[in-house]
Write a new protein. Structure first.
Lengths: 401, 325
C-alpha cells in the first residue's frame, strides 16, 4: 500500500507533467535581485571567496587546456560554465563535511584549500601527488580536505555517499556528505540504488546533480524522457530543489538550506543545478560534431562568473582594478606552479606495488623483485614519465565517459 | 582490397551485418550521430536510421539487459560498452542472465543474437579505469563466448562471425592498436571461425601464445629471438572461450616449450588455464616449465604503465630462459 493513500473513482493516469518542479532563481542576468526573490544571508568575505575561487578555476581550466595542447600533460577536463553550481554549493557546507564528487568539481576542491602545486602534482603524476601517480589527470583526492579520491567509474560514489553519511550520523559528529554527479551518471543503476537507500535509511547526504545538458555527445533529450533529475528525488521520498545553476545566490541559498535539512532532519536532500557544459567533455572530445555554436553562444551569455561579478560590483564589494589584478595573479601563480612541479621526479617505483593491500603480499613482492631484475638488464628502456608523453601510445585517444 | 585499420574494419563489419540483416541493431553510449568515442559506429545511424543505431542512457546494466531482451525477441543486438573497464555494472546481466538464458529454459528461450563489443587494454596512459583486460572474468562463465582480434582482417571476420553466432559473444577490441593496426580487408562479407586459433608464424624451438594487442609484443620478441637463432612458433588464440586446445597442443608437442602472454594480472589470468591444459596434454613433450609473461597483480598503473606491461623485452628474456632451461 502506498504511503500517502488516496482513493478516487475516476480512471486517470498520473503524467510526468503533473509533477512540475520550479527553478529557484534569485539573481537576474544583470546580476540584480529578482523582485520576488529573497537573497540568502551572505557576508562579504564569503561572497568574495566564492568569487575568487570561481575565477581561479576558470583561469586554471584555461591554462591547463593550453598546457595539454602543448603536450605538458596527458589529459584535461574543464568545469567551464558550471563554476557557480560547484562553488556555490560547496560554500554551503562545513569543511568537516565529506565531499564525494564525480570528476568535474575541481572548484569544490579549490574552495576547500587545494593549492596550485597540489593540482599540478596530481596532473603531472610527480612524487608529491597524493595519489602516487596512479590516476589520470583530474582524479584528485585529499584526506586532509575531506575530499574523497575521484574514480572514473560513473555514479559509484552515490550509494557510497549514503553509507558514508549513515556512518557520520552514527558517530554524531554533526557532519554530512555532499555527493556530486552529472545528468548522465543519474542513468546508472548506482544512482537509483543510492537514492533509495539514502532515503530509507535516513542518511544525511546532499546529492548535487549537475544537469549540464550533455553526457559526452549525448544530449539530455536522449538521456531521459522525464523532467530532468529532480522528480526522481521526489519519487524516492527525498526533499528536492531545482536551482538555476548559473545563479550563485540561488545555488548557495539552496545548499545552506539543504545542509541544515540533512543534518537536523537526518535525511537526504537533492539539489538539481541547471547549467551548461560550455567546454568539451574533455581534451579527447570535440563538441562541434554534435552541437551548434548558437546554442553555445546562448549559454556563454549566461556566464555565471560575470553574473556574480555584476552583483558584487553593484554592492560595491568589487572593482575592475581588483578584477584585473586577481586574474593576473592567478595566471602567474598557476604557470609558476606548472613550471616548478613539472620538474619534479616521478613517484618511487615501489609505488607500483604499495597500497594494493595494506602490506604487499609475498607474491607481489616476488613479482616486484623480478621486475627490478628485468629493469636492471634494460635500464635505458624503462622509468620515463609517460604523463609527459602527451598521453598517446600509437594513435588511440583516451576518453573519460 | 582496401588497406584499412582495425577500427575501420570493426565499422565495416557492423555495416555489413546491418546491411545483410535487418534484424541487426547497434546500441550504446554516444554511438549514434557521434559514432562512438572511438568512431567505431561512424555513419551507421545516417545509413540505417535511429531505430537501428542509437544512443542509450549511461547504464551498462541497462544496455546489456535491454540487449538480452532484444535478442530473446528475435533481434540481433550489438551492444557497445564504451570501455571494457565499465562492463562491470553489467556483470550480473552477462554472467547470470545472458550466459544462462538458453540453459535454464531448456532451450525454450535464448539470447544468442547478443554480441557485446568493448575496447580493452592498456598502452594509452589511461590508468586504472581506461586500461583493463577483463577477459578472464568472462572466460570463467560457461555459456559465453569470448573473442579478441589482433588484426584488421580478423576484426571484421571475427566480429561478423560473433554477430551471427547462435550464442552470446563478448568481443573485446584492442583499442591501443585501433588505428595503428592496418591491413588488407575485403569489402565483401566474410567470416572467420570462432574457436579456431591462427598459427601466425611457424617455428620449431618454442611456442608463444597470445591474443589482441599482445600479439605485437610476441612478434617483436620472436624477431629478436630469431637473431639469436631461436625459432618461435607464434599462435594467436583469437577466441578464448572456447579456445583451440588442439592447435596449441600440437605446436607444443613439436616445440616442447610454451610461453603464454597477456596484459591482465597474472593470478587468475587466462594464461593459467592454457598452462594447466597444455601441461595435462603435453606433459611428456615439455622441455621446460610453461611460462606466463603477464601484467602484475596490481591495479592497472599510470605512471609505471611501461614497467607493468608484459612487453617484448620481458617475452624475449622468457624465451631465452625457457630455451636455456
Amino acid at each position: 500500500m502506498a504511503k500517502f493513500d488516496r482513493t478516487i473513482g475516476t480512471l486517470r493516469f498520473t503524467e510526468a507533467t503533473d509533477l512540475s518542479i520550479p527553478t529557484l532563481s534569485i539573481l537576474d542576468s544583470e546580476g540584480k535581485l529578482r523582485k520576488d526573490a529573497q537573497a540568502p544571508a551572505i557576508d562579504k568575505e564569503t561572497a568574495l571567496k566564492i568569487y575568487r575561487d570561481m575565477t581561479y578555476i576558470r583561469v586554471l581550466d584555461e591554462r591547463m587546456l593550453a598546457a595539454q595542447r602543448q603536450g605538458r600533460l596527458s589529459f584535461y577536463l574543464t568545469c567551464t560554465g558550471e563554476e557557480a553550481a560547484v562553488v556555490g554549493s560547496i560554500a554551503g557546507f562545513a569543511d568537516r563535511d565529506m565531499v564525494m564528487a564525480q570528476y568535474r568539481e575541481q572548484a569544490a576542491l579549490r574552495y576547500r584549500g587545494f593549492t596550485s602545486e597540489q593540482f599540478m602534482n596530481q596532473m603531472l603524476s610527480n612524487d608529491l601527488d597524493l595519489g602516487k601517480g596512479r590516476q589520470m589527470p583530474v582524479h584528485y583526492g585529499s584526506r586532509e580536505l575531506n575530499y574523497m579520491t575521484i574514480s572514473s567509474t560513473l555514479a559509484t560514489q552515490i550509494p557510497q555517499a549514503a553509507g558514508y553519511a549513515y556512518g557520520q550520523k552514527l558517530s554524531g559528529n554533526d557532519a554530512c556528505t555532499v555527493c556530486y554527479f552529472g545528468d548522465g551518471a543519474a542513468s546508472e543503476g548506482d544512482f537509483h540504488a543510492g537514492l533509495n537507500m539514502a532515503a530509507v535509511l535516513n542518511c544525511p547526504v546532499v546529492f548535487v546533480v549537475r544537469n549540464n545538458g550533455y553526457a559526452i555527445s549525448t544530449p539530455i533529450s536522449e538521456q531521459f524522457a522525464g523532467d530532468g533529475i529532480a522528480p526522481r528525488g521526489v519519487g524516492y521520498g527525498i526533499k528536492t530543489i531545482r536551482v538555476d545553476g548559473n545563479d550563485i545566490l540561488a545555488v548557495y541559498a539552496a545548499s545552506v538550506a539543504a545542509r541544515k535539512l540533512a543534518i537536523d532532519g537526518s535525511a537526504p536532500v537533492m539539489i538539481e543545478t541547471m547549467s551548461y557544459r560550455l567546454g568539451a567533455h574533455s581534451t579527447s572530445d570535440d563538441p562541434t560534431s554534435y552541437r551548434n555554436a548558437e546554442e553555445e553562444q546562448l549559454w556563454a551569455e549566461k556566464d555565471p562568473i560575470s553574473r556574480m561579478r555584476k552583483w558584487l560590483l553593484g554592492k560595491g564589494w568589487w572593482s575592475d582594478q581588483q578584477e584585473h589584478q586577481l586574474k593576473d595573479n592567478y595566471k602567474k601563480e598557476i604557470l609558476d606552479a606548472l613550471k616548478s612541479q613539472e620538474k619534479r621526479p616521478t613517484p618511487s617505483l615501489n609505488d607500483l606495488i604499495s597500497d594494493v593491500y595494506q602490506t604487499p603480499p609475498q607474491h607481489l613482492q616476488q613479482q616486484y623483485a623480478e621486475l627490478q631484475q628485468h629493469i636492471d638488464k634494460y635500464p635505458d628502456h624503462y622509468l620515463a614519465n609517460p604523463a609527459k608523453a602527451n598521453g598517446t601510445y600509437l594513435s588511440a585517444s583516451v576518453q573519460l565517459p | 582490397m582496401a588497406q584499412i585499420n582495425l577500427l575501420q574494419a570493426v565499422n565495416s563489419a557492423l555495416d555489413t551485418a546491418m546491411d545483410t540483416d535487418d534484424r541487426v541493431i547497434c546500441l550504446g553510449e554516444d554511438i549514434g550521430k557521434f559514432g562512438g568515442v572511438f568512431r567505431a559506429t561512424s555513419d551507421l545511424q545516417d545509413k540505417y536510421g535511429k531505430a537501428r543505431c542509437f544512443n542509450t542512457p549511461i547504464t551498462e546494466q541497462g544496455i546489456v539487459g535491454f540487449s538480452i531482451g532484444l535478442a530473446a525477441q528475435g533481434s540481433v543486438a550489438v551492444a557497445e560498452i564504451q570501455f571494457a573497464d565499465y562492463i562491470f555494472p553489467a556483470f550480473d546481466q552477462i554472467v547470470n542472465e545472458a550466459a544462462k538464458f538458453r540453459y535454464r529454459s531448456g532451450d525454450q528461450f535464448n539470447c544468442g543474437g547478443l554480441t557485446i563489443r568493448a575496447p580493452y587494454g592498456g598502452g594509452i596512459s589511461g590508468g586504472l579505469y581506461h586500461s583493463q583486460s577483463p577477459e578472464a572474468h568472462f572466460c570463467h562463465t560457461p555459456g559465453l563466448k569470448v573473442v579478441i582480434p589482433s588484426t584488421a582482417y580478423q576484426a571484421k571476420g571475427l566480429l561478423l562471425a560473433a554477430i551471427r553466432d547462435p550464442d552470446p559473444v563478448i568481443f573485446f577490441e584492442p583499442k591501443a592498436i585501433y588505428r595503428a593496426e592496418v591491413g588488407e580487408v575485403p569489402e565483401t562479407d566474410y567470416v572467420l571461425p570462432l574457436g579456431v586459433a591462427e598459427v601466425v608464424t611457424q617455428g620449431s624451438d618454442i611456442t608463444l601464445v597470445g591474443w589482441g594487442a599482445q600479439m605485437h609484443q610476441l612478434h617483436r620478441a620472436s624477431n629478436m629471438a630469431a637473431k639469436d637463432g631461436i625459432s618461435c612458433e607464434v599462435i594467436d588464440l583469437r577466441t578464448l572461450l572456447p579456445w583451440d586446445v588442439d592447435t596449441v597442443a600440437q605446436s607444443v608437442g613439436k616445440t616442447g616449450r610454451l610461453i603464454i602472454s597477456h596484459e591482465a594480472p597474472r593470478t587468475g589470468g587466462f594464461a593459467g588455464e592454457v598452462s594447466a591444459t597444455i601441461q595435462e596434454r603435453c606433459f611428456l613433450s615439455l622441455e621446460a616449465p610453461i611460462m606466463r609473461i603477464t601484467g602484475m597483480d596490481t591495479p592497472f598503473p599510470l605512471v609505471f604503465e611501461k614497467e607493468y606491461m608484459p612487453d617484448y623485452l620481458k617475452v624475449y628474456e622468457a624465451i631465452k630462459a625457457s630455451v636455456n632451461f
